[in-house]
Design a protein around this ligand. Structure first.
Ligand SMILES: [Zn+2]
Length: 240
């Protein structure tokens, strides 16, 4: 069975409602979740999956695209509740996910707080507190660029640093779908490299070029969901 399902997880953080779009890929005996949401969203994930005909109790792998809290703070609970799950990330991100190194987002927040308006400052202080409260999780498997996940035929890891230095995207060959994580998001129907939260925008652009070397029919962004329209044309426009 080859199947890709996009979950919608409605989230409210700091009074702002926005949805996250983690992806579940089913391939033969493997069920792979890409990104784990915020702490406390376990039941939301389960029910969003059931709505799409998927039981996350069969999950075998969780791929984490990068260390940001909206991708990892739900991970510890998932690892506890789904006993047979392997957690996977790039080697660079693994040290942050497991708490061996101080979160780069926390460092970024500390370095930028004085440059912000009062409103932004408040948000940054909230973000700092949230990051400090994240429960670390050990990463079981370190992923390399261009690797196919073990036990899978066509779930491929694509290194896409920029947003974070060890950021990865996932390409599902059966449906030619690129799961971008935060390498790009969708705002007002257009792809964007997040101007505030991307640590190295030039690098992020370089790796969009790399993404474009793949045969892409569909794109799913963690922020924005499924792109509607001509993926390649719209993704190329990010480089202008
Ligand atoms: Zn991020």
């Amino acid at each position: 069975m080859n199947k890709l399902v996009v979950l919608e997880i409605k989230s409210s953080i700091g009074g702002i409602n926005r949805s996250l779009f983690p992806v579940v890929i089913c391939e033969d005996k493997e069920m792979v979740l890409v990104d784990a949401g915020y702490a406390g969203q376990f039941e939301l994930f389960k029910s969003a999956a059931i709505e799409k005909g998927i039981d996350l109790e069969n999950l075998t792998k969780i791929v984490i695209t990068h260390q940001d809290i909206d991708h990892i703070s739900g991970l510890a609970e998932m690892k506890r509740r789904f006993k047979n799950v392997q957690v996977m990330s790039s080697e660079i991100e693994a040290d942050y996910i497991s708490g061996k190194k101080k979160s780069l987002r926390l460092v970024w927040a500390e370095n930028n707080i004085d440059k912000m308006s009062d409103d932004q400052k408040e948000n940054l202080i909230r973000l700092k507190r949230m990051i400090e409260g994240v429960e670390s999780t050990n990463v079981d498997v370190l992923l390399k660029d261009n690797e196919i996940l073990s036990g899978c035929h066509g779930i491929r890891v694509i290194a896409t640093p920029g947003h974070m230095p060890g950021h990865i995207s996932v390409y599902f060959e059966a449906t030619k779908t690129m799961i971008t994580g935060d390498a790009v998001g969708i705002v007002d129907g257009k792809f964007v490299i997040n101007p505030m939260f991307t640590l190295d925008k030039d690098q992020a652009k370089e790796y969009i070029k790399k993404m474009l070397t793949f045969d892409i029919k569909n794109i799913v962004c963690y922020h924005g969901g499924v792109f509607e329209g001509n993926c390649r044309e719209a993704l190329s426009a990010v480089l202008d």
